[in-house]
Design a protein around this ligand. Structure first.
Ligand code: ATP
Ligand code: MG
Length: 180
């Protein structure tokens, strides 16, 4: 399984449809400050169902829609499509290629689709939940987050590792039981 294609339409600074074809292995996005590198990463998290406007570096969800520039008017919707190569069957769906699409309209309406069929956010979450690329997994490490981890104390760092490994909830439960 690997991410094969990412298309942004009206998402943040990407007013015109922008297509990024990805290959297996490591992809590097390079460019000057403010050119939209982090916006690409935001698009990836967003299409996979991210619900927190803060995680997307905005104040409200509407901020992901192209807000316009001096030469170009604002747009009414943002749309991101992510195609995942599933020829190894890692995703629990009978397609060798899966395209997830998320659309948000400025009037507040929103839509998800899997391979062109409209679906619920829950369906997207379930599709990705065991793949290691879903929301709760720490697959998107934001700019500056790495620095924060490196400068953390031992306790905080341990917490982060435990959370990533999925054992924090068990430790919390154990601590609660011992207090009783
Ligand atoms: P750096 O190297 O500094 O981290 P970057 O390449 O990661 O830069 P981004 O943060 O991805 O840059 O892009 C920032 C740009 O995106 C800013 O110019 C900002 O105005 C623009 N931008 C963000 N949201 C929107 C929006 N909704 N509409 C239009 N432009 C937007
Ligand atoms: Mg950046």
């Amino acid at each position: 399984m690997y991410l094969k294609n990412l298309t942004l339409r009206g998402f943040k600074s990407f007013a015109s449809a922008t297509n990024l074809r990805l290959e297996p292995g490591i992809t590097c996005v390079v460019g000057p400050n403010g050119s939209g590198k982090s916006n690409v990463v935001d698009a990836l998290a967003w299409v996979m169902g991210e619900q927190g406007a803060k995680s997307l570096r905005g104040g409200k969800m509407e901020d992901v829609i192209f807000a316009g520039t001096s030469s170009r008017p604002a747009l009414g919707r943002a749309e991101v499509s992510l195609t995942i190569d599933n020829s190894d069957g890692a995703l629990p769906i009978d397609y060798s290629e899966v395209t997830i699409r998320r659309t948000l309209f400025r009037n507040g309406g929103s839509e998800y689709a899997i391979n062109g069929d409209t679906c619920r956010l829950l369906d997207v979450q379930e599709l990705l939940s065991d793949s290691g690329i879903g929301r709760e997994m720490h697959v998107v490490v934001g700019q500056g987050q790495l620095d924060a981890v490196l400068h953390q104390g031992a306790e905080a760092r341990r917490s982060l590792i435990e959370e990533s490994a999925g054992i924090l909830k068990h430790r919390k439960r154990k601590e609660k039981a011992l207090r009783k």
